[in-house]
Design a protein around this ligand. Structure first.
Ligand SMILES: [Mg+2]
Length: 110
């Protein structure tokens, strides 16, 4: 499976649009974003020495990051924003502003 941000956002919108409740209002969405960020933090903690509670597993970082992305897509859709355009703008920023910020790898043998 391969999809653009636009396609993923449309898929999220098709899913949410099936339900009368629709998107959560912005502050509730922000709470969900924070909740999912905490779930990412919990998995990272488990992967770095914190012992899971009894009956709790390490967790699934890939799935938790996808949960976070889902909430971000919901936020963008609810606000009528394009994550695809935002991603492009963000990459343009880091590729120009931060072009000399980090130590480049030595070119490999040719
Ligand atoms: Mg989660």
């Amino acid at each position: 499976m391969s999809m653009t941000f636009q396609e993923a956002s449309e898929r999220v919108d098709r899913y949410i649009s099936q339900f009368r409740e629709g998107y959560f209002p912005p502050l509730l969405m922000l709470a969900r974003l924070t909740e999912e960020t905490g779930e990412v933090a919990r998995v990272i903690a488990h992967m770095n020495g914190k012992t899971p509670k009894p009956g709790e597993d390490v967790g699934d970082l890939e799935l938790e990051l996808a949960d976070l992305l889902f909430v971000m897509m919901c936020m963008a859709n609810e606000q009528g924003l394009s994550l695809e355009r935002g991603f492009e703008r963000m990459m343009q920023k880091v590729e120009t502003r931060d072009a000399e910020r980090w130590t480049r790898k030595e070119p490999g043998p040719s």
